[in-house]
Design a protein around this ligand. Sequence first.
Ligand code: URA
Length: 230
Amino acid sequence: MRLDRFLANLPCYNRQQVRLMLVQRRVRVDGEVAYEPTTEVREFSRVEVDDQLLQAGRPARYLMLHKPVGCVSATHDPQHRTVLDLLPAELRDGLHIAGRLDFNTTGLMVLTNDGQWSRRLTQPGTKLPKHYLVHTEDDIADHYVAKFREGFYFAFEGLTTQPAQLDILSPRQARLAIVEGRYHQVKRMFGHFDNKVIGLHRESMGAIRLDPCLQPGEFRALTAEEIASV
Ligand code: URA
């Protein structure tokens, strides 16, 4: 929400007072003087007028986790261990998964309580590539590359996938960059050629790369630079 609207919505100020307070440089957002009426105020922002705290701001959390095999990308599951079970209880509250992975897929998983940020990371429109290392049951033919670039028609969604970059690394191993995260997308793409994916590992999402120091099941907070890259 815009700062002027946020302030004018409070019972203690009218619009004229808000305009004046901004011009007089009496408002601070996250510790910085804010005088632009359009400054964005979010649930995570700390807002002060003079020395009065109007909103403390909820702490935003951004984590990367090395997802192991055999664990569900969900916040609750009646049967299986979830990725949230790998985190200490005090960190779990309000977190959601930015880009799910299948039960046996491994690699980079990002968890946050910031919905606006996670939408930017996952929405196809922002075109952030997600890199996967793929192992297949059969050989990957050279002609796959053009088809991945051209797109696959997914009848269930009634759409054609956006251009994807396939780099063949060895007869049954490839690196794939896709900008979407459709349901079982990678498996369905290789399924077009009747070639089963037998190993799938997400290496990166945009500029966020899985930290090689993290063993499966381990996590760490994202750095300020990683958060800002989205
Ligand atoms: N595509 C898949 O098919 N599975 C995943 O886990 C991720 C992308």
